[in-house]
Design a protein around this ligand. Structure first.
Ligand SMILES: Nc1ncnc2c1ncn2[C@@H]1O[C@H](COP(=O)(O)OP(=O)(O)O)[C@@H](O)[C@H]1O
Ligand SMILES: [Mg+2]
Length: 508
């Protein structure tokens, strides 16, 4: 079949059919025989909790990832997409969750990449490029973005808008948008919804993912719900409570240990009206032996809270107290000295030095304390690291192996273990089980409970509502940088956490 034949659409066929699509990353089943289909003249929402497999599905449809198994049909034709470019041949454009613009290039160069107007010598005509981009932006109703500005100099929201403009301006038959509103303000979101409706009315197919119930209901004509890598149903209409039940329904493989009741005590960690770029008046306490969960929709300031506590982000006002004493925390070194440890989600860029040996990664946090002249006595180092490796069941044949060769879950254990050696009184755990296989997740849960049993204060953010509900003594729900709800165990379940986060979102 020639490429041209692919353009001949079967008028009766759905725009996109995903049939029993599976995709694994190591031991993590991101999609397991997930199916859904979307037609022309439809705005179709893919809905599910964090980790449900929405982005993986969008990447497969958009040609960014290959499925391990299953079939993809576009306009009735079986499609094997090896790249986003091959998806373009089907009239399909994608705005991925992670932005793909080139930061060192201008807005107009990004908008017209590979379609730049050229001058007599075949060289790119910059002025014409800017003019064309100007016209493009204006045509789509965008007047606040300068096409000459470098991507790296414009706001995250503006970049998201540029990414959307680029996709829409190429006149797709099928438009995929992964969490397109997560960094947009209300006005820009409304702008986008206007274009989604326009495309729908023009008989195109729009597929998008979102966490925000109000916007899902406001713009979509059909909803497919995903849970734990599987589709659990498609609906023309469904109410929020029913959708939440389907999104969070008990997983077969879920296992959560129950934390021991903790005795009320003076807080080990306390913040008073902590305020910053994103944070607004955050006051919280965590007692020794207490596990306090932090939840809410993505991007509501959780990350800023954790990074501010650890001195990696700046507070403009407010106080941080450890063991009842106010601490001045300007950088991570101050935080470590005050007795805090941070385990971030992004192991690759922030936590571990992947090429370094397991052993060196483990002793990094305590080197300044126990090493004389910066060198750790070899005997002591060996003794300390094998203790951690044994205690945490880190699966590595040798502590001298590079951490980068371990599985994600084992890397995470190395990170936590590294901190144990420093004996912090406060553990800040930031989405530590994301992307970790089920068996290792259980070991990390046990480890979290053990930290509390050893009387440390644990502040624990997770994108998984079920984890929060089961492992925390209390859950704080954040919205727009502020704590807006507090939920108490015993008796909490994932529905309570998700609905607190979504209901709060509806009110505003
Ligand atoms: N590149 C990757 N490597 C390892 N795990 C991944 C990768 N991409 C996704 N995952 C895992 O697959 C699952 C589904 O992720 P994702 O599709 O991003 O979900 P969603 O978009 O619904 O939040 C999650 O457990 C996630 O951690
Ligand atoms: Mg996603």
């Amino acid at each position: 079949m020639s490429d041209n034949a692919q353009h001949i659409a079967d008028a009766q066929a759905p725009a996109v059919e995903a049939l029993r699509i599976s995709k694994s990353f190591g031991g993590v089943h991101a999609l397991e025989q997930a199916s859904f289909s979307a037609g022309f003249g439809e705005v179709h929402a893919l809905v599910g909790e964090n980790g449900a497999g929405k982005s993986t599905m969008i990447k497969i449809l958009g040609g960014r990832l290959r499925a391990d198994a299953g079939e993809l049909r576009i306009k009735g034709t079986t499609a094997t997409l090896r790249s986003p470019l091959e998806a373009h041949a089907f009239g399909l454009r994608t705005v991925f969750q992670e932005l793909t613009l080139l930061p060192g290039m201008s807005v107009s160069e990004n908008l017209l990449l590979n379609h730049e107007p050229r001058g007599g010598l075949g060289l790119i005509d910059r002025r014409a490029t800017d003019r064309k981009a100007d016209a493009l932006l204006a045509e789509l109703g965008i007047h606040h973005i300068d096409p000459r500005a470098l991507i790296e100099d414009i706001s995250l929201a503006a970049r998201q808008v540029v990414e959307i403009v680029r996709a829409i301006s190429q006149d797709p038959d099928i438009l995929l948008l992964d969490e397109p509103t997560s960094s947009l303000v209300e006005r820009e979101a409304q702008w986008l919804f206007g274009h989604m409706r326009r495309l729908r009315d023009a008989g195109k197919c729009v597929i998008f993912t979102s966490h925000r119930w109000a916007e899902i209901i406001g713009v979509c004509t059909r909803i497919s719900i995903f849970r734990n890598g599987r589709d659990v149903g498609s609906f023309d209409s469904i109410d929020e409570d029913e959708a939440i039940t389907l999104m969070t329904g008990r997983r077969i493989d879920a296992y959560f240990p129950t934390p021991a009741a903790h005795t009320p005590a003076a807080p080990q960690l306390e913040t008073r009206a902590l305020t910053g770029r994103v944070l607004r008046d955050v006051s919280l306490t965590v007692a020794p032996g207490e596990i306090v969960g932090v939840g809410g929709l993505a991007g509501q300031g959780h990350r800023e809270l954790f990074f501010t506590l650890f001195g990696a982000d700046k507070a403009t006002s407010g106080e941080i107290l450890i063991g009842g004493a106010t601490k001045t925390i300007h950088n991570p070194r101050d935080a470590i000295r005050a007795g805090m440890a941070l385990v971030p989600e992004d192991r690759k860029s922030e936590g571990l030095l992947l090429p370094m040996a397991v052993r060196d990664n483990l002793t990094l946090a305590i080197l300044p304390r126990i090493a004389h002249l910066g060198v750790l006595p070899l005997g002591l180092e060996r003794q300390l690291t094998s203790r951690i490796v044994d205690a945490l069941k880190v699966r590595t044949p040798d502590v001298r192996n590079a951490v980068g060769n371990l599985s994600g879950g084992n890397q995470q254990k190395v990170l936590i273990g590294r901190w144990l050696l420093a004996e912090p009184s406060v553990f800040l755990l930031y989405d530590v089980t994301r992307g970790v296989d089920v068996a290792t997740k259980r070991e990390i849960y046990d480890l979290i409970l053990r930290l509390a049993a050893e009387n440390r204060a644990v502040l624990f953010y997770s994108s998984d509502a079920e984890e929060l509900a089961h492992l925390s003594h209390r859950v704080l729900v954040m919205r727009e940088g502020a704590i807006v709800a507090q939920l108490h165990n015993p008796g909490l379940n994932a529905e309570d956490v998700v609905s607190a986060a979504m209901k709060v979102a509806l009110v505003s």
